[in-house]
Design a protein around this ligand. Sequence first.
Ligand code: ATP
Ligand code: MG
Length: 390
Amino acid sequence: MKNKIIIIHYSEIGLKKGNRKFFEQKLKDNILFALSDFEEKQVILDFGRVLLLMPYETLMDEIVERIRKIPGIAHFSVAKQGSTDIGILKQQIFDDVKDRQFTTFRVETKRTDKQFPMRSMDINKEVGAVIHMELNKPVDLKNAEFVVHIEIYNQKVFYYFDRTEGTRGLPVGSSGNVVSMLSSGIDSPVASYKMMCRGCRVIFVHYHSFPFTDKTSYYNALKLAEQLTQYQLRTKIYFISLADIQQAIIERAPTKLRLILYRRMMYRLAERIAAKERAKALITGESVGQVASQTLDNIAAISQAVTMPVLRPLIGMDKESIVLEAKSIGTFSTSIEPYDDCCSFLVPRNPETHAKMHEVLAAEESISNWQELIEQALMQIEMKYMVFPN
Ligand code: ATP
Ligand code: MG
């Protein structure tokens, strides 16, 4: 079996001293899982890199696409193992370079193996000279169009020409579980993705008001969770009906506080799911001032309902940047599909923007059975489990 070698460089894991092995192992497991439908692959942890060996004929584009999405990877390249003899190495590299189209080039050698007899500079010069003379191409040390990368470590030599950027961050599973409130809008999928890149496994909760609204938000959230599973590979999503809770709020609480009260109930339900899933924080897609419900006063009034930390990865981001990120992770087009939002269900045009804690608490007290309603909502919960690749 002839192999293709992919050299994977990880990002922050390299900075972890004591438990670096733990992070490396998580990354290795995730790479294996993401390629579980490919046979004959081999993943080796090798001197601060991950080497992925695949049979020669495999679908490289698909593999690159999958690895690109695994959190914890800085960049990776499809490489070849070269000779440790510089004369042979020069020839091997030249054979692979000669049919490439480029104007300027440079050679960049990284040598962590100090026993290797040549210094990086000298290797650059020798390999560069062959390409320069035989192909008549100029060297450009700063802005070369084409870069020949050579890596020497542990008595091995690898070379490659193209580099794909990874998502960076930490491997999923290295930071524990969080529960993310996933609407079918633009922000919460991006917030969830950001937590995956911090090594968290994200468990989703979506609220709907069926039968008061239709089920479009349910299906959109399901689709978003599926798309995000490409990054974390295993996903649980809980669906909870807010219908009865909302009805009680609508009947008994002041109109302008409806949205805040809905939200407090959502947070409480999410906290219960978090306890069940041993998650340590709640995640939302809120950002200060983006919409009426997200003023500092309202965020405070809503957060007061729970004791678990609520993390808001987008808190200081503007909408334009969030949209760009949603596009780049592939969730944007699903997020802009129309849906019936449970939060806008019978919410007045001018809701409270500066909630006062005592008014919120008084309004909530007027719904004497809210705790019971929460228990009932939890009894009717629906959970779906999904994996990638499936
Ligand atoms: P998004 O684009 O994420 O929906 P948004 O800007 O529309 O955010 P809101 O609708 O005010 O803002 O929602 C704020 C946050 O509350 C969301 O980012 C999400 O975390 C949570 N949320 C809103 N609606 C739902 C829902 N139906 N199910 C689960 N979480 C929700
Ligand atoms: Mg929304």
